[in-house]
Unconditional design. Structure first.
Length: 168
């Protein structure tokens, strides 16, 4: 009986210590704006994706002013911004946050959408889309691919482009 009581006391002490332990939190805030809006920047999802075992993924939405704030466990994160009708944005690199307050630089989401491309390419690529190359591209003889000034083209891997026609 005495051993059982001793175990109960130890268990209770450890449980209480665990519950009352201070969890370390980082407070991260910033502003995100929509390029075509002047007064309503609400509803932009800000995703904090955990990159380390100590981190915990979380997300928040921006207010009408574009402001957001979140409490995160200590760790390493990547930060993604998204809203339907706008080109998503990921801040380059990772952030290591500890028990402190941090403010991120302002972000502006551009109107548009993403188009994933691979294989045969021709026609016109417009500047209100972000083109993500997800496989090798080829412009055949007699075909023309026109890429408007200001158009964003991202190669999402080690892909190439072979041009037998025209690239303008």
């Amino acid at each position: 009986m005495e051993v059982s009581m001793y175990r109960s006391i130890i268990f209770s002490f450890l449980l209480t210590s665990f519950i009352l332990a201070d969890s370390r939190m980082a407070t991260v805030s910033g502003n995100v704006y929509l390029s075509d809006q002047t007064d309503d920047h609400s509803g932009i999802k800000v995703l904090f994706h955990a990159e380390s075992a100590s981190a915990t993924s979380d997300s928040v939405y921006s207010s009408a002013s574009g402001a957001y704030a979140v409490g995160l466990t200590d760790g390493i994160y990547t930060v993604h911004f998204s809203k339907t009708g706008y080109i998503p944005y990921t801040i380059p690199g990772t952030f290591t946050w500890g028990n402190d307050s941090y403010t991120l630089d302002d972000v502006i989401l551009q109107v548009g959408a993403i188009i994933e491309v691979s294989g045969r390419a021709n026609g016109i690529w417009y500047d209100d889309y972000q083109y993500r190359v997800v496989g090798d591209l080829e412009i055949n003889a007699g075909d023309t691919l026109i890429i408007e000034p200001g158009t964003t083209v991202l190669f999402m891997g080690q892909y190439g482009i072979e041009v037998y026609g025209s690239l303008i």
